[in-house]
Design a protein around this ligand. Structure first.
Ligand SMILES: Cc1cc2nc3c(=O)[nH]c(=O)nc-3n(C[C@H](O)[C@H](O)[C@H](O)COP(=O)(O)OP(=O)(O)OC[C@H]3O[C@@H](n4cnc5c(N)ncnc54)[C@H](O)[C@@H]3O)c2cc1C
Ligand code: SF4
Length: 448
């Protein structure tokens, strides 16, 4: 058994220094040199019962590809990785690495193998070394429509295309990627990475139709089956007084606009959602809120505060009240938080305050949570006096509403966030893969 983990410590590539990264939208994460990367891969113990396989929603097999990577065999490493993960260049950058939380080295010593970074490194090497090839599938004469070109739809389209189906992807935006392109900031995922993969999908014969907003109660005709992977387009709102003031926006209004600006789209001055010279309040303590913080910094904000209605999560690698194998909901500091931000918890929003129709502040109040005697959701009680946080831009980052789907025919399969509610890229990709397999089984069973 490999025991290098006893002498070699986990080494993360880390982020570019703040002073270097804060003025541009380039990816913040750095890369290790190939020698150090192989050394990191050699730490994997190849456990008899690898919990990482089970923890990864795609069933990725880190011990297998870590072994090949440690030997410098990038071809085998990429083949093993790509067997289960259609687009490891996405997950290698932005996956919260559920596998690393389950890694035995994490459970033992909080020093899991660097699977996510290894995954990105294998994939970049595979592209560099021309190991990623275009495949021309043998067609089976059947047609499938995919509605929505986010990670779920792209994986479904890729898998079905390779099985021989003629795949048409209908996407309402002007380009593919879903939230990878129009949500997640470029400093986490450079959009050239999506384009590189899309070119392969175009060459392999998938037909992408952009600007097509499909009515889900009347799907396009002429297809043997359908994947509906339309995500969760509706953000949770905050209907308190003053919501209509100028300067109160959904997080995605800012994030998607910024990504479009970086892609060369022009916006009129009065359409811009920009933090320049403003005090910014982000309402919602999750990842979308964190992306707003990093974006506000790069736009030149004066200050950023992030408030969250729930209590501060436990600090430390483990939460004794939520032990493994549950996902550790512990305190997280992202690269955007590192760049500067006041963070507060147990804070409720009461009112948006403005002057001449423009936001000038947000009235908030500290609260506490009491156990519900009936065992239901804890009860919120005021714990402080109302106060006003001065801001000229407030961003609502409080999650997304799970969409209601129409009653579909048997040949329609849902995938990704549309099926599960807002989740993660890796789960959406796993959903896309399952929808492709279900369609193949369905069409073969019904002999259509
Ligand atoms: C700001 C932000 C940051 C995030 N960061 C991370 C992260 O770091 N790591 C992570 O794992 N996850 C992250 N997520 C979550 C992740 O992006 C989503 O879980 C994932 O993108 C869901 O994929 P999907 O394909 O189901 O849906 P989406 O990515 O939402 O794609 C749905 C697609 O369907 C299209 N569509 C919708 N309706 C129609 C229609 N009627 N007709 C045609 N097309 C339609 C949309 O335009 C879109 O392109 C983040 C989410 C947000 C909002
Ligand atoms: S996709 Fe995420 S959970 Fe799966 S192996 Fe990669 S980093 Fe780990």
């Amino acid at each position: 058994m490999n025991n290098k983990f006893l002498t070699i410590h986990r080494q993360e590539a880390g982020y570019r220094p703040i002073h270097d990264r804060i003025h541009d939208f380039g990816e913040v994460e750095q890369t290790l040199n190939s020698k150090d990367r192989r050394t990191q891969a050699s730490r994997c113990m190849d456990c008899g019962v690898p919990f990482c396989h089970w923890a990864c929603p795609l069933g990725n097999k880190p011990p297998e590809w870590n072994d090949a990577l440690s030997k410098g065999d990038y071809e085998t490493a990429y083949r093993l990785l790509n067997d289960t993960n259609d687009f490891p260049e996405f997950t290698g950058r932005i996956c919260p690495a559920l596998c690393e939380k389950a890694c035995v080295l994490n459970l033992m010593s909080h020093e899991p193998t660097t699977n996510r970074e290894n995954e990105a490194a294998i994939t970049e090497m595979a592209f560099q070394e021309n190991l990623v090839h275009v495949v021309q599938p043998v067609r089976n004469g059947r047609r499938v429509a995919v509605i929505g070109a986010g990670p779920a739809g792209l994986v479904a389209a890729n898998r079905l295309n390779r099985m021989g189906y003629a795949v048409t992807v209908f996407e309402r935006c002007e380009n593919a990627g879903g939230l990878l392109r129009y949500g997640i900031p470029n400093f986490k995922l450079n959009k050239a990475i999506i384009d590189r993969r899309l070119h392969l999908l175009y060459e392999e014969g998938i037909d992408f139709r952009y600007g097509e907003d499909i009515d889900l109660t009347s799907l396009p005709e002429g297809y043997d089956a359908y994947v509906v992977s339309t995500g969760t387009p509706t953000a949770r709102d905050l209907p308190v007084p003053g919501r209509e003031l100028r300067g109160v926006h959904f997080a995605l209004d800012m994030l998607s606009q910024q990504n479009r600006i970086l892609a060369g789209t022009d916006f009129k001055k009065d359409e811009l959602v920009n933090a320049r010279d403003k005090d910014v309040l982000v309402i919602g303590g999750g990842d979308t809120g964190s992306d707003c913080i990093g974006t506000a910094h790069r736009q030149g904000c004066r200050s950023v505060t992030q408030i969250e209605i729930m209590p501060k999560p436990p600090v430390g690698p483990d939460d004794p009240h939520n032990p493994w194998p549950n996902y550790p909901r512990t305190f997280k500091t992202t690269s955007s938080h590192e760049e500067g931000c006041t963070r507060r918890w147990n804070v409720n929003t009461l009112e948006f305050i403005g002057k001449d129709g423009r936001l000038t502040g947000v009235k908030v109040q500290e609260i506490k949570w009491k156990p519900n005697p009936d065992g239901g959701r804890p009860i919120m009680e005021p714990a402080g006096k109302p106060e006003v946080i001065k801001c000229e831009l407030a961003l609502l980052a409080m999650g997304f509403v799970k969409p209601e789907m129409p009653q579909f025919a048997d040949n329609v399969f849902t995938a990704g966030d549309a099926a599960t509610g807002a989740s993660l890229v890796v789960r959406a990709m796993a959903g896309g893969r399952k929808a492709a397999a279900d369609i193949d089984n369905y069409l073969n069973a019904t002999n259509k």
